[in-house]
Design a protein around this ligand. Sequence first.
Ligand SMILES: Cc1ncc(COP(=O)(O)O)c(C=O)c1O
Length: 390
Amino acid sequence: MDIEQIRKDITDYGEKVFLDSAGSSLMPKSVVRTINHYLLEEEKFGGYAVAELRAKEIADFYNQVALLIGAKPQNIAFTHDATDAYTKALLSISFNNNDVIITTDDDYTSNQIQFISLQKRFGIKIFRIKTLENGELDITDFQKLVDNHNPKLVAVTHVPTNSGLIQNVEAIGEICHNQQITFLLDACQSIGQLDVNVNKIKCDFLSATGRKFLRGPRGTGFLYVSDRLLKKGCSPLMVDGGGAIWKRKDHFELLETAKRFQTWEAPYALLLGLREAATYANKIGLKNIQAYNQKLMLQLRENLNGIQGVKLYDKGLNNCNILTFRKDHKSLKEITEKLTQSNVFYTVSKKEWGVIDFEKKGIDWAIRLSPHYFNTKEEVHTISKIIDGI
Ligand SMILES: Cc1ncc(COP(=O)(O)O)c(C=O)c1O
């Protein structure tokens, strides 16, 4: 990996220390150039003509995203964000009273809100897999929940928003696959930082966003839908003329591909921006990105663990590029003022982003740092010194 070139590919990186790729990362120049260029063409020729002219590149979006997760292009739908993808997946399932969703304590806040909505409207039941002392999912408990409750859906977030945890989604996928249970994976924080492969995970749906570790534009995302579900005729409750063809007065036919999960209208400039981000990541290689990131985070965790008063809120045996911490006797204001003055880009994680997790930890905020492969060891030492000095 040519880190020097990768940093040159960012406009005006300068002296900042950008550690917020779990929030909204820095797009490579080529992504922004692609978007700008497309918009200028739309300005001159109008959206429909340009979409026709650029049909090949638009079609390649599906190839690049499929390559990223080991899927086929026909299993990919463009969406407006991760939540849009997730909601469409959820609304493709015909929930009835007393149907069961199995999820985790660490699933994303919006997912939990949506489960509660389904509970209120359709009377579904929510069960959460037990967590072991070390923060990992208790797979034996999961198997018991499956055996006892015959779930309609299993929904797990691969990498939660607030801790370094990587959930053991392969073990979950294996059980779901063997018992033909629909498995929805929220890969919003893992896409772009980990080598994610749907064939290994055996999920039926995978939802992701563009703007985080994938380094794409805001307002973009994608949904993977398995062949098994497509063949079964699975589609969102509300499909539009982009996902189905109105054939007769009382009859429509779904598209054969996952495009049935898209709407007809799309921001093609952004879609091509996301294609460029996926192409960029594929060229570097997710295995290389993951390996570099692991080294970077090992160093950061070692440094921070060595600073008096700093407490890391990592969970689980395998950790990734999300790190949350606090420092004894230092207020949120003291920490954020120092970080901001030092030109550090970060996020404050709040309790409402993970109520169960934060209650277990007994805190209501933590500072989230999320370095990525364009960061350097020098920056890791710089941020460590800054935190030491707070
Ligand atoms: C784990 C996880 N899932 C889903 C989302 C939602 O993503 P979006 O805002 O693109 O819908 C986030 C956003 O932070 C997230 O961290």
